[in-house]
Ligand binder design. Structure first.
Ligand code: HSE
Length: 329
C-alpha cells in the first residue's frame, strides 16, 4: 500500500497537506441476472479524483467537474466523506474532494459507484491504509445510499476491485473473477429525457417479492453465469446474461425500443444482451472487435432510424479497478 504522508493513528490527525490522485472506472451492475450482487468493471469510462487533506476544523469541500453533476453537499462524495469521518472518528482535518467526471451520470454505467469508490479509496489510503475490503466497501456504498435511497455494492465493488465481482450482501465479502479470454462489450446509450434520480426510480419500480418459480429460474441463470465465468466459456456466459426476471421486465419499459434492439443484436451475433445496471444503457457481450463494430453499427443505425439520439461504445473488462495514479503533494 502506498504511503501518503504523515498521519497519526489512532488520532487520525494529518500533520501536513496530503493529496492523492485516483482513477476509478465505471461498471456494469447486475450483469443480467445478478441483481445487486454482480458487477463488471469496464474500460473507456473513469472518474479522476483528487483527495486532499490538511490540518483544519473539519470542513468538507466537494467540487465536481464535467457533466452536470452538482458540487458541495448535493454531491454523493460529501456523504462518503462525512460517513468516513464519523465512523473512524477522524478529527482536526479539512478535506477537499475534486472529481473530474468521466463516467456519464444517469447512464447505468456506475457513475455514482465510480465516484464513491474513488473517494472512499482515497480516504482510507490517507487515514487508514491497513483497511479491510469490507470497510472500504461499506464507506463507498454510502454514496450509493445517498443516490438510490438504499445501499447497494455491486457498482462500487466492481469499480474498487476490477474484473467481475460477486458480493455477499450479508457479510459484505467480495469474490473476484477474471476472464482469461476477455470479450468485447458493446454499450448502447440511448438518449432519454428526465433522468433525474433515475436509479432511485428504477429501484422503486421493481417487485418487492418474487415467487418460487421466478426464484428457481433466476438462480439457474445466475449459476450458469458463474459457470461461464469460471470455465471462461463466453457462449454460456452470453446465454446467462441474456435473461433476468427481477429487473429487466420492468426496467425495459423505460428504454425505447429495448426488445427490438436486443433482438437485432442477438440476430447479428451478440452472445447476450441486457440492461446495464439501472439503465438506460444496454450492454451486449460479443466475441471480438469485428463482431463488436458490426453490431454497434447496426444498433446505431436502428436508433437513428427511429430518431432517437444514441451513443455507442465498444469496451472491455477493466481488470485493475480503482488505482492511485499520483501522489500530488
Ligand atoms: N444493482 C443496482 C440496481 C445498480 O440495479 O439498481 C444500480 O446502479
Amino acid at each position: 500500500m502506498l504511503s501518503t504522508g504523515d498521519y497519526d493513528a489512532p488520532n487520525n490527525l494529518v500533520k501536513d497537506y496530503v493529496c492523492i490522485k485516483i482513477v476509478s472506472p465505471g461498471s456494469i451492475a447486475n450483469i443480467g441476472p445478478g441483481f445487486d450482487i454482480l458487477g463488471l468493471s469496464i474500460n473507456n469510462f473513469k472518474d479522476t479524483i483528487l483527495v486532499e487533506a490538511w490540518p483544519g476544523n473539519g470542513e468538507v469541500i466537494v467540487e465536481s467537474y464535467g457533466y452536470n453533476v452538482p458540487s458541495g453537499e448535493n454531491n454523493l462524495a460529501y456523504y462518503v466523506v462525512k460517513a468516513f469521518l464519523k465512523k473512524y472518528d477522524v478529527i482536526g482535518v479539512d478535506i477537499r474532494i475534486r472529481i473530474h467526471k468521466g463516467v456519464p451520470p444517469n447512464s447505468g454505467l456506475g457513475s455514482s459507484g465510480a465516484s464513491g469508490a474513488g473517494v472512499a479509496y482515497g480516504l482510507f489510503t490517507i487515514f487508514r491504509p491497513s483497511f479491510l475490503e469490507k470497510e472500504l466497501l461499506y464507506i463507498a456504498g454510502k454514496g450509493e445510499e445517498y443516490v438510490a435511497g438504499t445501499p447497494h455494492y455491486d457498482n462500487v465493488a466492481a469499480s474498487l476491485f476490477g474484473g467481475i465481482v460477486l458480493i455477499d450482501p450479508l457479510d459484505m465479502s467480495v469474490y473476484k473473477f477474471r476472464l482469461s479470454n476477455p470479450p468485447r462489450i458493446v454499450i448502447v446509450k440511448p438518449y432519454i429525457n428526465g433522468l433525474d434520480k433515475k436509479t432511485r426510480y428504477a429501484r422503486q419500480i421493481l417487485p418487492k417479492q418474487i415467487d418460487l418459480k421466478t426464484h428457481v429460474v433466476q438462480t439457474s441463470l445466475l449459476s450458469k453465469l458463474l459457470l461461464g465465468i469460471i470455465t471462461n466459456d463466453l457462449e454460456i456466459l452470453g446465454k446467462a446474461i441474456n435473461q433476468d426476471y427481477i429487473a429487466e421486465p420492468y426496467r425495459s419499459k423505460l428504454i425505447p425500443y429495448y426488445w427490438e434492439v436486443k433482438a437485432i443484436a442477438l440476430r447479428h451475433g451478440a452472445l447476450g444482451v441486457n440492461i446495464a445496471g439501472a439503465g438506460p444503457s444496454i450492454f451486449m457481450l460479443v466475441r471480438d472487435q469485428e463482431d463488436a463494430e458490426y453490431i454497434a453499427g447496426i444498433v446505431r443505425d436502428y436508433y437513428y432510424s427511429k430518431n432517437i439520439p444514441v451513443e455507442v461504445f465498444i469496451t472491455t473488462p477493466n481488470p485493475w479497478g480503482t488505482r492511485i495514479v499520483e501522489r500530488c503533494c
